[in-house]
Design a protein around this ligand. Structure first.
Ligand SMILES: [Mg+2]
Length: 257
């Protein structure tokens, strides 16, 4: 039995289009007894929406098989926040929902927060930035859901959580060290221990991004598989410091291994 951790966008689907052969591969892996989990850094949708999308695209999946950066953020805060601690959150509704599900206390007064959470927020403002900055001045720990600079959309890309990180770093003058999504070891460990229940070297991470999917796998000792169906070209691969163990044209080729 092996564990397979799949990235979603660029690996399983591109926008609203399933990648050719993906449903068959997932079905075949599950059919032979392998375990499958889907990981995404995107913080502006909730896990249920991913389940619905995958089902609609022909991949049968349960809620427990989809993990996103919001979920890991909630899990992390639950383990580190003490009595009287509270979080100031920049992000969209799905992030707030995930934190509410985990009973994370939100700060009544932003500047008094013990933790600041940065997520992708398409209503990001100077006031929100200032709130986060004032909390930081008062000693709050800063964490972010994901480091992605941009998110690919039809006809291009738009700023992602990396832009919110950049704004706060510009004010504080220091890097945001704690990232909960890929490539963090937090996410890798959670998936190995709590979802798959397997050792790193029994698992494969299949994804299209070198600096998140491949880096997380390599750092954690998970076999890394890069697919060229998404963001990464062969040219980008040649110059990269993150070298995958295997390179496939698409997830479809996984079955031939
Ligand atoms: Mg991807």
């Amino acid at each position: 039995m092996k564990g397979f951790i799949f990235d979603l966008d660029g690996t399983i689907y591109l926008g609203d289009h399933i990648i050719d052969g993906a449903p068959e591969v997932i079905k075949a892996l599950k059919g032979r007894g392998d375990k499958v989990v889907f990981l995404t850094n995107k913080s502006i949708a909730n896990r249920k929406e991913y389940v619905e999308k995958l089902n609609r695209l022909g991949i049968e999946v349960e809620l427990s098989e989809v993990i996103n950066s919001n979920y890991i953020t909630a899990h992390y805060l639950k383990t580190v926040m003490g009595e009287g601690d509270s979080a100031y959150v920049i992000g969209e509704e799905p992030l707030f929902e995930e934190l509410a599900d985990a009973n994370i206390k939100l700060a009544d007064v932003p500047a008094s927060a013990s933790h600041v959470v940065l997520g992708w927020d398409r209503q990001f403002t100077y006031d929100k930035l200032n709130n986060a900055f004032q909390a930081w001045r008062n000693g709050a720990e800063i964490l972010a859901t994901n480091p992605d600079r941009t998110c690919p959309v039809k006809d291009g890309e738009i700023p992602d959580c990396g832009a919110m990180i950049g704004a706060l770093e510009g004010a504080t003058g220091e890097p945001v060290k704690m990232i909960t999504g890929k490539p963090s070891s937090l996410m890798a460990e959670y998936v190995l221990d709590n979802v798959l229940g397997m050792k790193a070297d029994e698992c494969f991470m299949v994804g299209d991004r070198l600096e998140t999917d491949v880096k997380m796998a390599n750092d954690a000792g998970i076999h890394s598989v890069l697919v060229l169906s998404g963001i990464t070209t062969e040219e980008m691969l040649e110059g990269s410091e993150h070298i995958p163990e295997l390179v496939l044209d698409s997830v479809k080729d996984l079955i031939t291994l």
